[in-house]
Write a protein that binds this ligand. Structure first.
Ligand SMILES: C[S@@+](CC[C@H](N)C(=O)[O-])C[C@H]1O[C@@H](n2cnc3c(N)ncnc32)[C@H](O)[C@@H]1O
Length: 284
C-alpha cells in the first residue's frame, strides 16, 4: 500500500485529515513531526514520507551528504547477513525495527535462498503496519508474520513471534538501525539480553548501529539536526558500545566493523561509505 505523499505540506495527522498533496492521511499517522521510519524511507528513495520527514531528512543530508549512500550500505549489509545466515543453516528470523518495506527485505532474501524460511517482523510505527501486506508475501513453503510491538516490551515480541517461530530451533534476531532509539537510561543491553535468553544455542544476533566514528564532524552535525526534529531521538554509539550488545556471544569474522566492511561481495560495496557499526554473532 503506497501512501504517495505527493507535494509538500503539513497536516495534523488526525484521522481523515488531508495529507501532502491533499491525499487522506491514514488513521493513527502523525505527519506533523518527522518519524524515523519515514525519514529513513526518504533517504532510501522511498515515497512513504511527509513534508516534516523530508525536511528532517534533507537537513541531515545537507550536513552529511554521504548519509543516503551510507544508509544504503546498511540495507546491503542486511542482505549479506541474511544470506550468510541461511548458509549457516538458519531458517528463522525475528526482525525487530523492520522499517517501511524497501528493496531486499529479510523474507525476500531469506526465502530466495531457502524457500521454507520463517520470518517475523516487528515495528512500533503504525506506518509500517500499513505496509505489512508487502512484508507478508511469503513463499508457500515458508511463513511471514508482522507484529505491531515495541522493543521495550520483549515479552510481547516473544509471545507474538511464538505463533510463527519455533523457539526450540535457532533463530536470527535482527536489530538493524533500531538500537539507537533506546538511550542508555533505558538499558538497551538488557532488552537485547531478554530477547536472546529466549533463543536456543546456535541462534544468532545481527546488529547495525549508527555512529559518528567514521565521519565525526559531519555525521555528528547531521544527527543533531535530525534529533531536533524527529519524534524519537537517536543515540550514536561507538565500536565498544556496539560490541557490548554481543557480550557472551561468539562474534563471526570480521568482527565489529563498518557496514560496508562486513564481508563485502565486491570492491564497489567495500568502497561505499559506512555510518554504522555492525556485527553478526552466534549464541554458544
Ligand atoms: C532506521 S529504521 C531501520 C529499518 C531496517 N531495520 C533497516 O535497517 O533497514 C528503524 C525502524 O525501527 C523502528 N523503531 C524505532 N524504535 C522502535 C521501538 N522501540 N520498537 C520497535 N520499533 C522501533 C522505527 O519505526 C523504524 O521503522
Amino acid at each position: 500500500m503506497g501512501i504517495d505523499p505527493g507535494a509538500a505540506g503539513r497536516t495534523s495527522g488526525v484521522s481523515g485529515a488531508q495529507g501532502d498533496g491533499g491525499k487522506a492521511v491514514p488513521p493513527g499517522i502523525d505527519t506533523s513531526t518527522a518519524h524515523p521510519a519515514r525519514v529513513y524511507d526518504y533517504w532510501l528513495g522511498g515515497k512513504d514520507n511527509f513534508a516534516a520527514d523530508r525536511e528532517a531528512a534533507e537537513l541531515a543530508l545537507q550536513a552529511y551528504p554521504e548519509l543516503a549512500r551510507a544508509v544504503q550500505s546498511n540495507r546491503a549489509f542486511l542482505a549479506r547477513a541474511v544470506r550468510y545466515l541461511t548458509g549457516a543453516g538458519i531458517r528463522q528470523f525475528l526482525d525487530v525495527g523492520t522499517g517501511i518495506p524497501a528493496a531486499s527485505n529479510t523474507h525476500q532474501v531469506a526465502q530466495r535462498e531457502v524457500p521454507d524460511s520463517r520470518i517475523v517482523y516487528v515495528d512500533n510505527d503504525p506506518i509500517v503496519l500499513l505496509h505489512a501486506q508487502a512484508l507478508l508475501k511469503s513463499t508457500r513453503q515458508g511463513s511471514c508474520d508482522y507484529i505491531q510491538a515495541d522493543l521495550h516490551d520483549p515479552g510481547k515480541i516473544l509471545a507474538g513471534a511464538a505463533r510463527t517461530l519455533d523457539f526450540g530451533q535457532p533463530v536470527a534476531l535482527m536489530l538493524l538501525a533500531i538500537l539507537q532509539f533506546i538511550p542508555e537510561r533505558e538499558n538497551p543491553y538488557a532488552l537485547v539480553s531478554e530477547l536472546l535468553a529466549a533463543l536456543p544455542s546456535g541462534s544468532y544476533l545481527v546488529v547495525s548501529h549508527p555512529t559518528d566514528d567514521f565521519n565525526p564532524n559531519r555525521h555528528g552535525e547531521s544527527i543533531q539536526r535530525y534529533n531536533e526534529r524527529v519524534a524519537d531521538q537517536a543515540t550514536l554509539r561507538g565500536q565498544d558500545g556496539t560490541r557490548r550488545f554481543f557480550d557472551g556471544l561468539d562474534i563471526i569474522e570480521p568482527g565489529v566493523v563498518g557496514v560496508s566492511q562486513w564481508r563485502p561481495d565486491s570492491d564497489l560495496v567495500a568502497a561505499a561509505p559506512s555510518s554504522m557499526w555492525c556485527a553478526v554473532a552466534r549464541k554458544p
